[in-house]
Design a protein around this ligand. Structure first.
Ligand SMILES: [Zn+2]
Length: 313
């Protein structure tokens, strides 16, 4: 059967397509509600990568050090959820693991060994997300402590030759964030995204990670430009959270401007702030509107994350 769309002359003129399937390479699924998870599937999500960012938030432990068992419980819960989300919502779910950029852990050697074991699991595809963030320094962890905590985990990724997700900070709006942003005393004045991302990337370089193993995440125009010009790492744009102020049309224009070779697009959706579960499929539609060809769009939203995370999908 000929399914091409015919113009008056009878020649194929337009591929109307439909929903373009995508991989969301950074989405915090553990606290998303049913409707958000269902909407993502309806919007065309074929697979997702769920990273561990802040165990302190997940298990509501705001001060003091963790036991390794606290972190292992978080990791096991993520894997348990991944299996159930696949059966319920019909998309593949992978995870990236870390113990966070600001977590002091009593028996951290146990986590080193455990991370190596977990990474052998088919679902665990990366270490992360990790990165310096002035909004996330707690009263018990200084920036220097945070650098050491990040370096330790990136070294494990280096030894095991797995990809890493590098977090970069963003300006947080108290209007759309339940607890409001909190900058500790002595923190730099905004903007600090690019300067902080550079410091985090320098840690990755110090531990000897290959640039192609690294994605510099939550990038804006300035950070995309810096990363593409000065590194061989991937960069990712995150937009579902409303306070980021990155509209789908804006992300589409950056993809058009910088090309598809090393760019990924993700939601970085959470449920504790205002966010749009359909931000990523809306961005795909805006990519069409700026005139990007379907193979280019597929490269950005499917092939690049599949290759970077070495997904089995
Ligand atoms: Zn994140």
């Amino acid at each position: 059967m000929d399914t091409g769309v015919k113009g008056e002359s009878g020649t194929a003129t337009t591929n109307w397509g439909g929903t373009i399937p995508y991989i969301d390479p950074h989405v915090h699924m553990a606290d998303l509600g049913w409707d958000a998870l269902e909407s993502m599937g309806i919007g065309g999500m074929a697979a997702a990568v769920n990273p561990m960012a802040r165990p302190d938030v997940v298990i509501k432990k705001r001060s003091g050090a963790f036991d390794a068992d606290d972190i292992l419980r978080c990791w096991d819960h993520m894997l348990w959820l991944a299996e159930r989300f696949e059966k319920t919502f019909f998309y593949k779910v992978y995870v990236a693991l870390s113990w966070g950029s600001n977590s002091r852990v009593h028996d951290v050697d146990r986590l080193h060994r455990a991370l190596a074991d977990y990474l052998k699991h088919g679902r665990v595809v990366a270490v992360g997300e990790l990165g310096l963030d002035p909004y996330q320094w707690s009263t018990t962890v200084s920036q220097e402590d945070s650098e050491a905590i990040i370096a330790e985990q990136l070294s494990v990724a280096k030894d095991l030759n797995v990809p890493v997700v590098l977090h970069s900070p963003m300006l947080k709006s108290s209007a759309h964030y339940i607890e409001g942003p909190k900058l500790p005393d002595g923190a730099p004045a905004w903007p600090f995204k690019v300067s902080t991302a550079k410091r985090t990337f320098a840690i990755a370089e110090r531990v000897g990670l290959d640039h192609t193993q690294v994605v510099i995440d939550h990038s804006d125009n300035d950070l995309i430009q810096w990363a593409l010009e000065n590194t061989n790492a991937y960069v990712a744009i995150s937009g579902a959270c409303v306070w980021r102020g990155i509209a789908p049309w804006q992300a589409a224009q950056w993809v058009q401007k910088y090309g598809p070779e090393r760019i990924m697009v993700n939601s970085d959706a959470h449920q504790h702030l205002s966010m749009d579960a359909l931000w990523l499929p809306r961005t795909i539609r805006e990519m069409r509107r700026v005139g990007l060809e379907e193979p280019i769009i597929r490269r950005v939203v499917y092939e690049n994350p599949k290759k970077f995370y070495r997904l089995s999908i």
